[in-house]
Each structure stands twice: as C-alpha cells, then as structure tokens.
Design a protein around this ligand. Structure first.
Ligand code: ADQ
Length: 476
C-alpha cells in the first residue's frame, strides 16, 4: 500500500516540536507493515541543500501566486516530496513566524501545501506513484482532505491526525475564495467557525478518518475543557475517530547506544550515575542529595511551567534539584531565571534548543517532569521511561496512557513506571514531587522502579500496526 503523508515539518529536515518527530518516524515504522509512505513538506530555506539530488515530479504555474515545483529526494531512506515555492517558503525566519510574529500569508502558504498534496494524491506524481491514502497532519495540512472532498478524490481516502487542537488554522471568512474553498464550505457544518474559517475544522468534517495521538486525548477532545470549541465537531465524528499513541524512535533514543553520554542499560546502571554527576557539573550545581529532575520542553502555559515554578521551592527544600532546557513565553523564561538565581546550587537553566544536551539530560536525570495542562501524547515522558528518568506526569492525555502511576497497589504489584498526579495544579504537582523524593530515598525500591520504567514498551511497532490496520480498513 502507498500512503502520502503531508505535514509542515518532519525530522531530520525541519522541526519545531513533536509533530516533526512523529512525521519523520512514521515511514520507517510503517515499512514493516508493507506500507510505502512518502512525506510531503514545504521546501523551506535550506531544505533542498539537505536533500541533495532531486527530481521534479510535478509542477504548477500558479500555485497560490507563483510557480511551484514538487521535488523528489530522499533522506535516511525516506522519500521526501519537497514543495519548492520560494515566494511562499523562502523566509529568513522560522517555518511559521519571524521576529515580527506569524507570517500574514500562513493560510495561503499551507493551503498551497494542501492543494499540491490533494492534487498529486488524486493524479499521481510524474514518476508514476499514486497513493491509496492521503494522511494529513494538523491544521497546516488539514485542507488536503477538504480539497479531495470538494474537488474530487479520484478514489483516494484521507486521514487527518490531530497532534494538538490548540492550533486550528483560524482565519477570516473573506479568505474563502483565496483558499480555493467553494461557497458551500461557508456553513457551520463545514469550514465556517464562529464567523471565521478554520482549516482544521474543514479537515475534520471532510476526512474519511480522524486520529489523534493517544486514546485518552481522543476521549478528552469531545469535552469542552479540551476540545477548544471543536468538541461538538469531533463528537459528531466519534465513530471515525481513533487514538493511536505515538512511539519513540528507538534508534535515536536508546541509552544502550547513546553517544552524547555514557551508554548504560537496566542491568548496568552505574554509567547513569556518572552521567548524573557530569550533568550536575555541566550546569554548575552543588550537591543534590535528592532526585535530580529534568525538564525538556517548550516553555508554554500548555506545559504547566508556571505550576513548576510554584512547586519548586518545596522540592528544593526536600533535597531535590532541577535542570531545565527550553524556550518559549517570556514570562515563563523569567520565572525560571528567577528560580535559578534563587537556588544557584540546585537549579540549572538553559534557554534554547539543544538536542545533544537533551540526550545528556535524559541520560543523567533521575526523573523527568511533565506537568502539562493538556498533552495529546507527549514524547519526553517516553524518553524518560526508556532512559530510566522516572516520569512525573499530569494524568492527562497521552501522559495518562503511557505512565503507570506509583501507588501502594501499583508498587506492590510491581507495575508502577512513574508518578501521576491530578488535578493539574501546583498543589498536586507539589504532592507528586514529595512522592518522588520519598520514592527516591528508598534506594532499593527506587532501583526497581527505574528498571521497570526502562522495560516499558515505547517503540513504534504497536502504533505502526494500528495505522496499518486503519489504512487497510479505509481501502478494503
Ligand atoms: N529546548 C529543547 N531542546 C531540545 N529538544 C527539545 C526542546 N524542547 C522540546 N524538545 C523536543 O521537542 C519534542 C517535543 O515533543 P512533545 O511531544 O513533548 O511536544 P509538542 O507539544 O511539541 O508536540 C505536539 O505533538 C506531539 C506529536 O504528536 C505530541 O506528542 C504532543 O503531545 C503535542 O503537544 C521532543 O522531542 C523534545 O525532546
């Protein structure tokens, strides 16, 4: 089976968040299911250089205002279709924004990506490749299923995956025509959204199947607290919605083959203790008698970083330490700067984006904190499991599906793999950090917990089988 995956980012070419990890990992994961997946992304500045030799497989003289070409290349064994439209994608800033804020033509930039995807899915590419399924990710690609529905699908089925409902591609209704949507799409049952247009909604009402990245988030999305205005639309499609957990790329995230730190395994944890000491040195901390917690995250309200700032003093008081890597909202960066200044021996901070450092942190940390207010799936708690950095998570979304929280019962049954707290507020997080210190201080019990976490299944084989089954159910 052939599947065209279309998204705004994919590792190793371009990444701003977890979406890129998942889009980049799917093709290799699905190859084992007999599925040939090609990935279509915009050819942002610098992408073609990374691809090397490319072949033109489609072109359009007027794709939302210019001449666009689809260039086939490959990276890491994955076939990439890069949409080369410099008038849309060659910008000095990031993929969505620069210092001045979001690009004003984002709706058209990603409509163009969606249009190209729908067109080549329907008609095939110049090298004779035609998919049976188009798999679109998030609002940036969500118009692709809509174009198939409104302009003819040529027998191609569509799947739309929601990685984060907070981003809905909302724009003015006056863009209906410029986004090549028909007049009948301007309707509350279609793309109209409270007097505006939502590209995500357009995809949600037109895709043959909808997925999101965990079973718990699939259920949460139908509730007003999580659906962010789209709960009714999603509820109406409950029969076509499934939650498929993300996996972790175990070639990249594997303590046994780690190159950024000393490699280790569940049967030989000694190097992990050396990594811990090296991490404490790297951040210039003093003695940390309790657990050394890590955070690798975008610093946003979603990720509960403000709750962490609130709960931190008690944790430090109980002997804990924290190293944090991330960037994001100014106020949250300031709050973490203040904490690092207040507890220079126990709190280390690195504002920025640094993958090798992230590896060193998981390899040396005792626990990873993920206090998210909502979390569709979450990847860092799974890296934490794999690396024996025990996850301390809010019991929401995919965090709820991947971590078995410690309780007297789950510990006695030898089942716990982390700590889960609810409700998602500073008091409950403080309680969870208190539990972390207690568990850590029972050294034999702690080692058992670390080893159990490291055995949790977080790879791609199960999710890949679920996607394979979904594609087959649509095409047979
Ligand atoms: N400063 C930094 N330096 C280095 N690496 C950093 C970093 N900040 C973040 N990262 C990395 O970026 C990725 C973030 O992925 P997440 O799944 O945790 O969240 P995100 O909210 O971006 O993704 C959304 O999509 C994904 C994919 O479906 C869902 O898992 C998630 O719940 C949803 O919110 C991880 O690989 C993490 O290690």
């Amino acid at each position: 089976m052939r599947v065209l995956s279309v998204a705004s980012e994919s590792v190793p070419l371009i990444k701003t968040g977890g979406l890129a990890d998942v889009v980049g990992a799917l093709p290799a994961a699905l190859a084992g299911q007999g599925i040939e997946m090609r990935v279509m992304i915009p050819a942002y500045h610098g992408i073609l250089e990374k691809l090397g030799a490319v072949e033109e497989v489609w072109a359009d003289w007027n794709l939302y205002g210019g001449h666009a070409r689809l260039l086939k290349g490959s990276i890491g064994g994955v076939t990439i279709l890069a949409l080369d439209a410099p008038y849309l994608y060659h910008r000095p800033g990031g993929p969505y924004a620069d210092k001045g804020g979001d690009y004003r033509d984002n709706p058209e930039r990603f409509a163009a990506l969606s249009w190209a995807a729908a067109t080549v899915a329907r008609d095939g590419t110049g090298d004779g490749w035609k998919p049976e399924v188009l798999h679109a990710h998030d609002w940036q690609a969500a118009l692709a299923p809509a174009y198939l529905r409104y302009h003819g699908d040529g027998g191609v089925k569509s799947v739309l995956t929601i990685h984060n409902i907070a981003f809905q591609g909302v724009t003015g209704g006056d863009r209906l025509e410029s986004l090549r949507l028909p007049w009948h799409a301007w309707h509350p049952d279609q793309a109209e959204y409270h007097g505006n247009l939502s590209t995500l909604k357009a995809g949600l009402v037109t895709a043959d199947a909808i997925t999101t990245v965990s079973p718990t988030y699939a259920r949460e999305l139908m509730r007003p607290e999580f659906g962010m205005g789209l709960e009714g639309v999603i509820g109406a499609r409950a029969h076509d919605l499934s939650g498929i957990l993300n996996g972790v790329d175990e070639n990249t995230w594997n303590p046994e083959t780690e190159t950024a730190a000393r490699p280790y395994s569940a049967t030989d944890l000694k190097p992990k203790a050396e990594n811990r000491a090296a991490l404490i040195d790297e951040f210039g901390l003093g003695d940390v008698p309790g657990p050394l917690a890590i955070v690798v995250s975008r610093l946003t309200w979603q990720k509960g970083i403000d709750l962490l700032a609130e709960a931190l003093p008690d944790f430090i008081d109980a002997g804990g330490g924290l190293v944090l890597l991330g960037s994001g909202e100014h106020g949250l960066e300031q709050a973490m700067h203040a904490a690092a200044k207040r507890f220079p021996d126990r709190v280390g901070l690195r504002i920025g984006y640094d993958e090798p450092l992230a590896h060193r942190m998981f390899a040396g940390g005792d626990a990873v904190l993920v206090p998210s207010r909502f979390e569709p799936c979450g990847l860092t708690q799974m890296y934490g499991l794999k690396y024996g950095a025990v996850p301390v998570v809010a019991a929401t979304g995919g965090l709820n599906d991947t971590v078995i929280g410690a309780s007297p019962a789950s510990l006695a049954a030898n089942a716990a793999t982390g700590i889960a707290f609810h409700p998602v507020d500073g008091i409950a997080l403080s309680g969870a950090l208190h539990q972390l210190v207690q568990l850590y201080n029972d050294r034999a019990g702690w080692t058992r917990l670390v080893k159990r976490a490291m055995k949790a299944e977080v790879g791609w084989s199960r999710p890949a089988a679920a996607y394979g089954a979904l594609y087959r159910s649509l095409t047979t």
